[in-house]
Design a protein around this ligand. Sequence first.
Ligand code: PLP
Length: 445
Amino acid sequence: MRVSVTDDPATTTTSRTGGPPAPADPLRTASFAELRSLFAMEPDAVHLNTGTIGVMPYEVLDVNDRVTREWNGGLRNVYPPGMYPEHRAAIGRAFGVDQDEMVICHNATEGVARVINGLDLHEGDEVVTTSHECYSVLSNFNLLRNRHRITLTVLTPPVGPDVTAEEIVDLFARAITPRTKVLAFAAVTLFTGTRMPVRQLCDLAQRHGLTTVVDGALLPGLFDTDLRALGPDFVTCSGSKFQCGPLGTGLLYVRNKVHPEHNPLPLPTFWPVISTWYPMMGAPPPRTTTRVESYNMGDYLQSAGSASIARGAALAKACELWDRIGRDRIERHAVALGDHTRARIAERFGVESLYSPLTDGRLTAPVVAFNPFPDPSDGWNITKFARLVDELENRHRIWTRWTEFDIAGSPHQHYAARICTHLYNTADEVDQAVDAIADLVRELS
Ligand SMILES: Cc1ncc(COP(=O)(O)O)c(C=O)c1O
């Protein structure tokens, strides 16, 4: 089976992210082959590891460099621009939220650490999460377990081509007890590339009065997302992966008002750790119960000493480019290439080689994890996966990565090769990678 991936110029003229872009903007109608030239790609390399780090556009590199120089050793007040009010407003608009709910932080790890350590959790409170979360999530919840004696329930989600959204939601539903206070899960999992059913899980949480923490590291720049409409309380994102901003940038969404159609629950008590804006005496005003904020929670979190003004500006530039190209268009291209990748892998290594979902289209993302080795026991042979990824890079300059994760009922830690596709990739690159993997698998088997 082959999925055709067209070099599709814009097929729509409107975007969820703020109405139609200027009709004259050439980026909106440029082909993906033309758009590729915007990026500082390594020549002769095939970059299929955007889930770890994206490629910055030249313009983003330029902004980073120019703004660094502008603020180097100057005598101007560095604190106001480090609050990024305009950048937060523009980026917030692209993700359907307001400036008071948006923070530019240093990476998804910092964002999630600030959220988890800011939750109002006490001894005996329970958090339900999964073993497929990033180390940044599991490590911070374990810190709370050790520090505050919370209970952590870690589920192992089902994997493979036939997994359904309902199975995942049921797994969470069965784990909720009267002590549960928080559900925490990734928007797209790092290890198996499962696009979690975020809206359904938020609905479940809302029915039980629970707070939701979503690790959205792989969300921005990939999926054209309205964060508020997804219904969570917190979403923490990386700026340097699919959004292609500089390393050391992230986004943090904190629900700061009540839009009942998306999440009718009262705002959770939240302690904004790392802040120079949280009052030094007394307490902030009560949190709002309406659509109008009672204070700017984004400012509380953003104001945290001297900031990387240049990196914030460069991330804002990357977001602006995405808005001009069309986030809907970028999503369609990356997703079509992800479908192409799954089809080629299924054709070459068998459908059962996929750890990523296949049949339930609600769960698929262009982050594809698989075991290409014919002997199933190679699935827990770290040496073979490490060799495979190293040789792809050394011999072919094809950049992928391997991942490790639990599988329910298996005594082993499993390994996968992972391919991510993005707006600068082509179907030919995927085919080249799959051919090279097939050759290496023969050699290593
Ligand atoms: C799902 C997920 N969460 C969190 C992280 C951590 O991201 P960052 O490097 O921005 O801290 C990653 C990194 O790969 C990830 O894939």
